[in-house]
Ligand binder design. Structure first.
Ligand code: AMP
Ligand code: ZN
Length: 149
């Protein structure tokens, strides 16, 4: 798990420079709010990144319109990946913060074609804390959602 996010300021990070055409990229699609391009480090053939055109570090920094646009572009890209590469599975991955696995501090979503035995492993320590604890967590979140503007 990476513990470092590129600290470049807005407008100068690697993906801002890619959006500006200052560094080369294999661009797949772009529209007013998003850009899709091949990940330089192909986990499997057809691995695409969908990013906001505007610099925003994480999911907490994008506008609702940008969040929706990124997922819409990801769906279009996924349909193209399915048609072009015919993978038996597809995984979307979106990392926030170094501890969350983010290395480039400009919001993006991975579209990863999946194959049996492709070497990708997700391990997480699943716990079942019980109904009372779950209700407590939900109550905390409902309170926050009610307080949102
Ligand atoms: P993350 O760990 O979710 O922040 O993923 C960042 C991704 O950006 C990695 O998978 C890198 O391979 C990819 N990446 C970094 N620089 C470039 C670049 N210049 N062009 C395309 N992909 C890149
Ligand atoms: Zn940026």
């Amino acid at each position: 798990m990476p513990m470092f996010v590129d600290p470049s300021p807005p407008g100068q990070c690697i993906f801002c420079r890619l959006v500006a055409g200052e560094i080369p990229a294999a661009i797949v699609a772009q529209d007013e709010l998003t850009i899709a391009f091949m990940d330089i480090g192909q986990v499997t053939p057809g691995h695409v990144l969908v990013a906001t055109r505007r610099h925003a570090a994480t999911l907490l920094d994008v506008t609702p319109q940008e969040a929706a646009a990124v997922l819409q572009t990801a769906q279009r890209v996924a349909q193209a990946v399915q048609a072009a590469f015919d993978p038996p599975g597809l995984t979307l991955l979106q990392a926030n913060g170094a501890v969350g696995g983010q290395t480039v501090g400009h919001f993006h979503l991975h579209v990863v074609p999946r194959h049996a035995d492709d070497g990708i492993h997700f391990t997480w320590p699943r716990q079942e804390p019980g109904a009372q604890v779950l209700q407590g967590y939900a109550e905390r979140l409902r309170a926050q959602l009610c307080a949102q503007p």
